[in-house]
Structure formats: C-alpha cells, structure tokens
Ligand binder design. Structure first.
Ligand SMILES: NC(=O)c1ccc[n+]([C@@H]2O[C@H](COP(=O)([O-])OP(=O)(O)OC[C@H]3O[C@@H](n4cnc5c(N)ncnc54)[C@H](O)[C@@H]3O)[C@@H](O)[C@H]2O)c1
Ligand SMILES: [Zn+2]
Ligand SMILES: [Zn+2]
Length: 373
C-alpha cells in the first residue's frame, strides 16, 4: 500500500542500564550534588527500524511527550522490571507508515497515537470488561516494549489511539498519557459539576492538563504545587485557587479554606511523584470525599487514620491510565478545543536535559520531543 520510504536505521534514545541511586563516584567534593541526585544517562544513537508483526502497526513518530513515568523507568525505581536495552516514551503522536496483514481498521497515512498500553490480550476478564490496563498480558510502551523516543515505533493496532486528522500532532502528544490518565482519574473521582477537586502536582504535566479537563467538566479545582511560575500557569489554565505547598504554614487549613463552604474538596487527584502529599490528602478532603491516587513515587506508602476514614466515609482508590474508550473520549475533548496543552518542544537529542529538569521539579507543563533533531 502506497510507497512510503521507511529507512532501515533511525535515531533513538536508549536506556542501556537503569538505576543511579546506588552509584557512587570515586570522590565527591563537599559542594557537589549527593549521589541520590545523579541521574543515569540515556544514550542517543542509531538503531534499526523494526518491522510490525501481523497485528501491529509501525508509526512514524512526529512528536512525543515526556512523562515522569519515563524518568521512573530510567531510574528503575519501581518494583517492576523494564526491558533492557530500552527505548522509553509513551506519548507518541505520528502517522501510520506500515501495518501487518491482519490489520484492517487503520490505514497507512492515518494519524495514530502510541500510549502506555501498547497492547493487551483482549480476551481476559479484565479486557472483556474494558479494564485493559489490568490485563496480565499488557504490553507497556517504553517499559516492557520499546516506546516512542525513536523515529519509528510499533504498537498493537487494536490499542493504537485514532487521532482525528484535524488535531495538531505536536500539541496532542501529551494527551496520549497525561490526558487519558487525568480524564480517567476525574471519572473515577465521581466528582459532579459544581463540586470541587484538589489537583495535587497541578503545575506538572498531568496536573496542568487535569485542571482543564476539570474545568470542561464543570468542576472547581484547587491547584496545589510550588512556586509562582506554576501558580501563574495553573490560574491561567482555569484553577479556582492555588495553594503553594512550599510556603503554606498549614496546608490542610489552606486547602479547606479554598472551598466555597470551607468543608474541603469533594475529591483529590494525586498526581505528584512525592509521598508526603498522599498522607495529607485524606485530612483536607470533606467527609465522603474520594482520594484518587495516580502519581507513583518510588517506594512510597499510603497511610490514613482508620477512625477518621470510617466515620468520615473517605474513599481511597488507585487509577491507572485508561482504556480504549477513555482514550477516544479524552482525545475528543482535545479535538473540541477544550484542552490547551502547555508545552515546549525540543529535539529528542536533548532528552537528558528534560530528565534533569523533571528530577528537580522545574518543569511547568510538559516537554515534547521532536525525533528528527
Ligand atoms: N497512574 C497512572 O496511570 C499514571 C500515568 C502517568 C503518570 N503517572 C505518574 O504520575 C506522576 C506525575 O507525572 P507527571 O508527568 O505529571 O510529573 P511532573 O514531574 O510533570 O509533575 C509532578 C508535579 O508534582 C509537583 N509536586 C511535587 N511535590 C509536591 C507536593 N508535595 N505537593 C504538590 N505537588 C507536588 C511537582 O512540583 C510537579 O509540578 C509520576 O509519578 C508518574 O509516573 C501515573
Ligand atoms: Zn505517562
Ligand atoms: Zn487481557
């Protein structure tokens, strides 16, 4: 079909070894960063372009968002092994350039998105019920299979996001993980129009997009993050209030005070990659409030007083990406112009710089990479 030229080699960012926390340099000057701050390196190099299997498509990635999950993958800080060597990335927007012989419902030339769920079995009890992220056979882009930090990436056709042609591939890329995940999380929060949700980590990639889905759903949102750059971003994106966790003397009181009746938010969307805010959230939620856990800080535990949780009827739940229907719904909010992704684009060759900024929590919004430079 068609005559699209597919090269045999391409540029990619490859994680050859995960970890970094146990690395100690031969000597450390007193004023240098501690070993915990040393990031492992991703290697920018040429690798072969793979061929899609019978039920797969090959997507020419035009842009890919960089998610904090990619940093966790490089650090190897989750209790789940990655493949190695690994091409990370799971917010890839591009064009289908080849497809396997079983693929009928997506064409060469179509816009497509490669997301975290690269594939799943489609026939287990979870897949049958639309909980594909819970499938034991799930393939994870940029984690258990190679992802989108390369010019040509592969995914199962059934799971590839169908991106409408009128969407701009550069700004839609972050919807493919951040957008889907927060959209699903907001549904899981059971918050209704007119109610209030706290978005914790609101100035980051997931948080800045969550504020806008919340607004589009008719919710008030209390943005929680640190610093004035993130304050300005959050207020511009539709937050009703901003609480700076780095300067607040009493975060619980400040979050409660930001709700219309002072009772606290109806739900909290936890998208920070730190443990402490998970512990605080059950305290400022109003009675019957719902805590939706999305961020995945390494080695973190969640604890809440049982007495309070019972007599205030607090719900605590996890939310993990979204299914294929959530994907198309989240993309449709974007297509309708309801979601503006705050992003900066740089070359894939500079991925390491993005990881450094992300590690220091210095990114307001999202970075997108262009694999051609
Ligand atoms: N559950 C899922 O399906 C899913 C999907 C995607 C990402 N994630 C996870 O979500 C997390 C966030 O990802 P991201 O790409 O948005 O990261 P990010 O680095 O862009 O944003 C995180 C934000 O949290 C803020 N923050 C740090 N400590 C805080 C605190 N105490 N209170 C409030 N805010 C605080 C940071 O300043 C930053 O703005 C990561 O752990 C990632 O792995 C989970
Ligand atoms: Zn992600
Ligand atoms: Zn399955």
């Amino acid at each position: 079909m068609g005559s699209i030229d597919i090269p045999s080699e391409q540029w990619a960012q490859v994680v050859e070894k995960t970890g970094g926390r146990t690395f100690s340099p031969p000597f450390t000057l007193w004023h240098q960063a501690t070993t915990a701050n040393i990031l492992p390196a991703v290697v920018y190099k040429r690798i072969p372009v793979q061929k899609p299997g019978p039920d797969e498509v090959l997507v020419n990635i035009k842009y890919s968002g960089v998610c904090h999950t990619d940093l966790h993958a490089m650090m190897g800080d989750w209790p789940l092994d990655t493949k190695l060597p690994l091409v990370g990335g799971h917010e890839g927007a591009g064009v289908v350039v080849a497809r396997g012989e079983l693929v009928k419902d997506i064409q060469v030339g179509d816009y497509a998105g490669i997301k975290w769920l690269n594939g799943s079995c489609l026939s287990c009890t979870y897949c049958m019920n639309g909980d594909e992220s819970l499938c034991h056979e799930a393939l994870l882009s940029g984690y258990t299979v190679d992802g989108t930090f390369q010019e040509y990436a592969i995914a199962k056709a059934a799971h590839v996001a169908r991106i409408p042609k009128e969407c701009d591939l550069e700004s839609v890329a972050p919807i493919l993980c951040a957008g889907i995940t927060v959209y699903k999380g907001l549904k899981e929060s059971l918050a209704r129009p007119g109610q209030t949700i706290a978005v914790v980590g609101a100035g980051g990639g997931l948080g800045s997009i969550a504020l806008q889905y919340a607004k589009a759903m008719g919710l008030h949102s209390i943005a929680i993050d640190a610093g004035d750059e993130k304050r300005d971003l959050c207020m511009r994106l539709g937050a009703s209030a901003y609480v700076d966790f780095s300067t607040s003397k009493d975060l619980v009181a400040d979050v409660r005070a930001a709700t219309l009746d002072g009772e606290g938010p109806h739900a909290a969307l936890l998208v920070a990659a730190q443990e402490k805010p998970f512990q605080q959230a059950t305290q400022y939620l109003r009675s019957k409030g719902v805590l939706v856990c999305i961020g995945l800080p390494a080695g973190a535990k969640l604890s809440a007083p049982v007495f309070d949780t019972v007599i205030r009827m607090i719900s605590i739940k996890g939310s993990y990406v979204g299914n294929r229907a959530d994907t198309q719904e989240a993309l449709d909010f974007f297509r309708r112009g309801l979601i503006t992704v705050p992003f900066k684009t740089i070359g894939l060759s500079q991925l390491q710089d993005i990881y450094t900024l992300m590690h220091e929590a210095k990114i307001a919004g999202r970075y997108v990479v262009d694999p051609t430079r």
